[in-house]
Design a protein. Structure first.
Length: 335
């Protein structure tokens, strides 16, 4: 980028010297390399699964299990050998490779456990244990090696264990949850995650993990409340509307206190979906022929509000923080 200085502000030839030196500086490809490493770990894990699937009869179950166990053990041995002593604060990665070796080991361990259950039914008919046990182990690894990516895998697995699961196909079809029981379970899980995040944060135990707990809790609670509002009618529907209003208010207040533009954006986004749904469901049918004009006016004003929000998001949050803390050298893989 060419620097611009007022005429006469620099000695003759100095500007050209500065620009030449700037062009000679090395170009940072830190995030590009980390992205390639992450894709490599995922590709290796997926490729191993495909190899097992296509050659399971010719290779043999025991050979495959032994190979996966060996690779998993090597990954965990490498991480344990290079890891610094445990601390409740943030622990820097010993090398750029350690994060991805740990992630590979975790994925291989999940494959190993799933293989054991599928082929030998080591957990019997308790299939949830095949998910719960690795997830608890992931939770231990996340705190021991200070890895937010592994923590998110652990939380995802524990949610799936209690029946909180949602595939993209179901979301696009509108099938967030198929019963009120699942909605209540999801709300309970969201409350438990928020409580866990608050508990560890208040005791300064990996406080940088708080974002991961709250991120899951917010999305689960809001989606469950929206699913309840969409599926219910009468007093139950309005109970979910009030729940959404309360959650939005609490999230807005927290976002302002934490100076997080990310959570502020979530509060506005989920709140907007709820308000729009109520308007479309209850007001559109009762406003007669002028309804179309009112709807156009509503979306016009709401689009203007969205533009204002995006332009002033950081100011509304009271900080330049737009989500998770920035990652630098030694930062661990995470969202």
């Amino acid at each position: 980028m060419k620097a611009v200085f007022p005429a006469g502000s620099l000695p003759e030839g100095l500007q050209e010297s500065i620009e030449a030196r700037s062009r000679a500086l090395p170009f940072a490809i830190f995030w590009e390399v980390r992205t390639l490493l992450y894709l490599g770990v995922v590709s290796l894990s997926a490729g191993l699964g495909i190899l097992v699937y296509k050659n399971i009869e010719s290779i043999g179950h025991q050979t495959i299990l032994a190979l996966i166990a060996l690779l998993t053990g090597l990954c965990f041995w490498y991480c344990a050998k290079r890891a610094a002593p445990f601390t409740t604060g943030k622990l820097e990665a010993p090398s750029s490779w350690a994060d991805y070796v740990l992630l590979l080991g975790v994925l291989l361990f999940g494959t190993f456990t799933g293989y054991l259950q599928f082929q030998y039914s080591v957990f019997g008919s308790h299939h949830d244990l095949a998910v719960a046990m690795p997830s608890l182990f992931y939770l231990f690894l996340a705190y021991r090696f200070d890895h937010r990516g592994v923590l998110q895998l652990a939380i995802t697995g524990l949610c799936a264990t209690v029946g909180v699961a949602l595939t993209p196909a179901e979301a696009f079809r509108g099938n967030l949850w198929d019963s009120g029981t699942h909605i209540h379970t999801t709300l309970a899980v969201a409350a438990a995650l928020a409580a866990a995040g608050w508990f560890f944060h208040s005791r300064a135990v990996k406080p940088h993990f708080t974002f991961s707990y709250l991120n899951f809790a917010v999305h689960l609670a809001m989606l469950a409340a929206l699913a309840g509002m969409f599926s219910e009618r009468g007093p139950a529907e309005w109970a979910y509307v009030l729940l959404l209003a309360g959650l939005t208010a609490v999230l807005w207040k927290y976002a302002r206190q934490a100076r997080s533009a990310y959570f502020l954006l979530l509060a506005v986004g989920y709140g907007y979906i709820a308000v729009t749904s109520v308007i479309m469901r209850h007001l559109l049918s009762s406003i007669g022929s002028g309804g179309v004009l009112i709807i156009y006016l509503y979306f016009f004003l709401s689009c203007g509000g969205a533009i204002y929000l995006f332009l002033n998001l950081k100011d509304l949050a009271g900080s330049g923080d737009a989500g998770p803390e920035p990652r630098g050298k030694g930062g661990h893989v995470g969202v």
